[in-house]
Design a protein around this ligand. Sequence first.
Ligand code: ATP
Length: 694
Amino acid sequence: MLFMGGLAGDPAAMALNAGLYNQIPLGAGGQPVQSDEALASIPGAEMVKRLLDQYGIDSSLLITVGMLLTIFNSFTGLYSFFLNMIYQAMNFFAAYFLSKAHIRSNDESFDYVMEYLARNEISTDSRLFHVSTQQDTIPRKHKAMFYDGATFQGINRPDSEFVQADEYGPKLKFIPASAKKHYFFFEKTLFIIERTIEHTPTHNNNGMGARADDETVDIWTVGRNPVALRRFLAHCRVLFMKQQQYKTVLHTCDTYDMRWSASQTRPIRSLDSVVMTFKDKNRLLTDIAEYLSPKTKAWYQEQGLPYRRGYLFYGLPGTGKTSLTTAIAGAFNLKLFILSLGAQNLHDNYVQELFMSLPPRAIVLLEDVDSANVDRDYGYGMNHDEDIDSEDDEEVDKVLNRGQNTRRPSNVSLSGLLNAIDGVGSAEGRVLIMTTNRRESLDTALIRPGRVDMEIEFGRANHEVLEQIFIQLYSGKKQNVSSLALEAEKKKTEKEIAEEATHKQEIEELAKKFAAMVPEGTFTPAEVQNFLLPRKRDPKLAIDELQEWLDVQLDNIKKSEEKEKRKRTKFLQRRQKWLKQRKQMKILSHGDDSDDESEDFGRRKKRRSKDFLEGIVEEEEGKGQGEDAEKVEGDVKKEGGDETVTSENKEVSVPEIKTENVEGDDSKSKKSEEGDWSDVETSRPASRPTEPSS
Ligand SMILES: Nc1ncnc2c1ncn2[C@@H]1O[C@H](COP(=O)(O)OP(=O)(O)OP(=O)(O)O)[C@@H](O)[C@H]1O
């Protein structure tokens, strides 16, 4: 009880202390009575006294200790009381004589301030600081709150790069601690700054009661006039903008609290570095430039049209869809927001909120829109039992490619996505870029005009692209825009410029040779780069080794095409069998060719359809490349010119179905009663064995 002094200022504690005082009786004149008398008046004290006497300890000592502790208690109480007064006075002062700005970490201005603090060593000498080696991904909560003492001179230049690593690995970043006030002067005015981390209960998908950390920063300055504060914030903004001038800021969805978070900054990628046909690039860039011009915006408003534009980039993986999007963001100074619909926890509501919270002048990159529920045919919850009666070649492709769709299904529904894209609350002024490897599986609603205003196909490299890739890699021209690179460009001497021109000419000639050797439409740009990169310092070596590489690659391609062809042929055979069986089942169930109206029959048909589709993919995956397609087992028995299908112990004669030419020449393929399936083009799988690393 004596230690309740820690709670001084608390009325309950003071009352208790007073009570203890009252336990010591006072004699005449207010003087304490003799210790024995005093002790006698305290219950239980007699017993303690006897105990102390046993050990030869003077019992009057108890009184002295008690009194000393009481005095100490009074002092701590007083101290707390005065502290409390000072605190109240400061609050009063802050309320009436200070200006204050309150910024939350989900606002960009938070980054402005953090940038200033990091660059100006504010309170980095504090005894309490956080240390981090995280380099690339800077959580927003700590964004820019780091600097490296050793390279501070370097990074203090407005638009220079942070030096984040040395020869031993990532350098340390020092992050000033939160929940502590930091003081500094800006333009001779005193500023006080405090970071606070808030723990807010959330009810998001992470579960009830999960907590989301949020950070705020409070800035005070002396005086009722907030001009100094505004000037400071404007200064921070300019500093930040200069830093970001040659960077592309990537925002991704923070899956914890489901909002945009600036996760990375990257040097701007130049448009030249993305190689594609001039026609397509020109068409696209002209369209975006036109859309972003202020006149167009005004026109949209006058017409009462929603000011939005959408593009679909489709084609094989590694053909430059993402690279081009990043380059566009840099070229038009747009913020880039990347959303993958397969992200865990992402639901319709969140997608809508994310679209609503986009700033103006932003690109939203929706990657792999074919994934999951937004997929018309294969997505999670979609109709797998779809009848495969279609005569459409695309149908065959889809079935055969189905096994390749290993992406995790999304929780986002098609209608949810459509609402997010152009619902009432969706932000205006943004550019939407959707990418997919499988355009054919997208729902037409998703890519109708208004949602997708232009489509660009990305394919394997033709001669123009091959030549450009070679030139890009060996010309020595820097593809990342930065102030330092631009400075270096300006400082070149005439001799250097002349040497560069000669080098360029040489490279262009080699590029022509290179492009002539590589067959057109055979490799993706990523595959070509994959060959060139290990030989990046020696263009002639690349030419010398090209033929050897081509031989290996073309052989691999041939093998995978053959495999694909076998798979396709098997599919066609099975399909024919299945159709025959179905026909027989119809006859057995109804005795005629009427439509499948029996519910039982419909269910059986669907199950068989599903089993059939899955069977063909599994079978091909389960067996090796050398598998003979003729080994397909079935119920079909050939008997003379006709076939007999065994079904439910009954034999029914059906017209002959030709199944020859399984491995042979495609041109001799059969024509069945279901139509001609022989001319279907064999598609080469996107992924092939890559060059063994040397
Ligand atoms: N057209 C291109 N020009 C320059 N580089 C390219 C091109 N295509 C691919 N690359 C290079 O290949 C790599 C992969 O490219 P990118 O991610 O842009 O392909 P993608 O089409 O978006 O693939 P995915 O569909 O798998 O997302 C990158 O390193 C990129 O530099």
